[in-house]
Design a protein around this ligand. Structure first.
Ligand code: NAP
Length: 315
């Protein structure tokens, strides 16, 4: 008989059935079902579930859950919602395809800034024919906040383009051709020489509002920022002031405190902001399902739960 494996996601989510189908195709030995299709006995028997932004009340319907596998890489909302259940382990998606997609986005939007595309687009709107000085990539420093699954893949691709690449993480690291920093002093040193700053940090109690007035004061004047991590890592008032005072040249923002971005938000119309609707690295249903399938299969064979989120650090 097949094991029952619930997929828990927001009710009436438009992608729910697509995910159920992709997960089912990746693990024919399991029976993937939405939570509302399970009776009480079946719910009680579940030790593992696959989740995508689940309602915490839905997870409470599975009283014997040991762990959940998220199909997203960022799990801060899930972690915040699970305070009531300190034993439940959360496994987040680690997918090389996702890392490659993010690295591609990082290279694309770094080149957008490096080759002055916002400026030339503005000039075109004003019918202005004006050349600006070109600086080779080799003379520009790109710094990445976060050298995890996504940050490291981005660093390698940026290096291949020719940039000088730095990275900042919580622990000390040594990576070929990437200048690695950690801690407050490391951050200070790195920011002072940064031309393009990429945020690929997870949102945790430590990183919330990390990019604030004090942070911007350490950043090289006329640097630009790309935030592909989470909106709440940036203090938005500090960002606006830093842009208005032209200390920061441009911000490419893919993530916001509130998503979708509200119609009256200042970001939409700020001439030095590029707004993206959280598109830098969408999860690939097929590759993600294959990874989840492998992890579930291992658990069914010998009870191994993959590396899970550390409750203390929040990532
Ligand atoms: P990860 O593998 O957990 O890497 C996190 C990195 O951040 C690690 O290098 C870690 O340092 C560092 N870090 C964490 N807290 C820190 C702190 N307080 N100070 C300094 N460094 C810190 O995460 P990932 O898979 O690369 O994903 C990163 C984030 O990207 C996700 O959490 C998610 O929010 C976001 N994301 C966005 C999109 C999008 O479409 N915009 C898509 C996917 C993911 P150590 O190496 O020392 O542990």
């Amino acid at each position: 008989m097949k094991n029952i494996l619930p997929f828990v996601c927001p009710h009436a989510w438009s992608q729910a059935q697509l995910w159920v189908s992709a997960l089912q195709a990746a693990m024919p030995e399991e029976h993937i079902v939405l939570l509302n299709e399970l009776n009480i006995k079946e719910r009680t028997a579940c030790e593992v579930a696959i989740v995508a932004n689940p309602d915490p009340n839905d997870l409470k319907q599975l009283p014997n859950l040991k762990w959940v596998h998220s199909v997203w890489a960022g799990v801060e909302r899930l972690m915040a919602d699970l305070d009531h259940n300190p034993q439940l382990k959360v496994v987040r998606l680690i997918d090389p395809q996702l890392a490659a997609t993010m690295a591609e986005a990082v290279v694309a939007w770094t080149l957008y800034l490096h080759r002055d595309m916002p400026l030339y687009a503005r000039q075109q709107r004003n019918k202005q024919w004006l050349e600006h000085e070109y600086t080779p990539a080799e003379e520009k420093t790109v710094s990445i906040l976060g050298l995890g699954e996504l940050g490291l893949a981005a660093a390698v691709k940026l290096k291949a383009v020719g940039f000088k690449v730095c990275g900042w993480s919580r622990s000390q690291k040594s990576i070929d051709n990437i200048q690695c920093y950690y801690g407050d002093n490391g951050l200070l040193e790195m920011l002072a020489k940064t031309d393009f700053l990429i945020c690929l940090l997870p949102l945790t109690p430590q990183t919330k509002n990390l990019i604030n007035h004090n942070f911007f004061s350490m950043l090289k004047k006329q640097a630009s920022l790309i935030n592909f991590g989470r909106g709440a890592i940036i203090d938005d008032d500090a960002l606006k002031q830093t842009l208005d005072f032209e200390h920061l040249a441009h911000a490419v923002l893919d993530v916001f405190h509130q998503e979708p971005l509200s119609q009256d938000s200042w970001h939409w119309t700020h001439q030095n902001v590029t707004v993206l609707p959280h598109i830098s690295a969408p999860t690939n249903r097929k590759t993600a399902s294959a990874i989840v399938a492998k992890n579930i299969q291992q658990y069914r064979i010998n009870g191994t739960i993959p590396k899970y989120v550390d409750r203390k650090t929040g990532y």
